[in-house]
Design a protein around this ligand. Structure first.
Ligand code: CMX
Length: 136
């Protein structure tokens, strides 16, 4: 697979409204989009940081992956998303062929309408890893 850059860092927060003043007023980033990704049970806020982004993740219900994460580990870095230039489907097949456990067997639509897929943290050295189509 050809990874070109970190597309975004996902950060789990209790509340986007409570977290944003730190990112905007202290660090000086600008939130440009807030959306709900229904099938992931998360609300997301995106901020640009140079050539990459931060995605704040707020759970929309107790069964959300983000709610479970915060319950066991507290707020903090939740995942890293890499931009794959030559397609998420091919990258998934390659990762699986190299013994990596897939969470998503095929690409699906994530925040910002991009094709994405997750690799299981138990086979990625402890870091939940997202493979992501680069934004045009
Ligand atoms: N980073 C690293 N490790 C993590 C983790 C994370 N974000 N979330 C869970 N884990 C660890 C747990 O601590 C646990 O480890 P131990 O067994 O050592 O305690 C282990 O993974 C649990 O694995 P599991 O029982 O297979 O799975 P869970 O039910 O806890 O779910 C995960 C974990 C990663 C499979 C699930 O959260 C998932 O499918 N995530 C992908 C989807 C997602 O995160 N969506 C939200 C963001 C969506 C978006 O960005 O749009």
């Amino acid at each position: 697979m050809k990874i070109t850059h970190i597309e975004h860092l996902g950060i789990a927060v209790n509340s986007i409204e409570e977290a944003l003043p730190y990112y905007e007023n202290v660090l000086g980033f600008k939130c440009y989009n807030i959306e709900t990704v229904e099938d992931q049970k998360v609300r997301t806020a995106f901020l640009k940081v140079g050539g990459t982004k931060i995605e704040l993740l707020e759970a929309t219900g107790p069964e959300s992956a983000v709610a479970k994460f915060i319950e066991s580990r507290g707020q903090g870095v939740h995942h890293v998303a890499f931009a794959v230039e030559d397609g998420v489907a091919g990258a998934l097949a390659e990762a699986e062929g190299k013994g990596v456990r897939l969470i998503d067997k095929s690409p699906r639509k994530g925040a910002e309408g991009l094709n994405i897929a997750f690799l299981h943290p138990k086979s990625t050295q402890g870091v939940l890893t997202e493979l992501c189509e680069p934004q045009k």
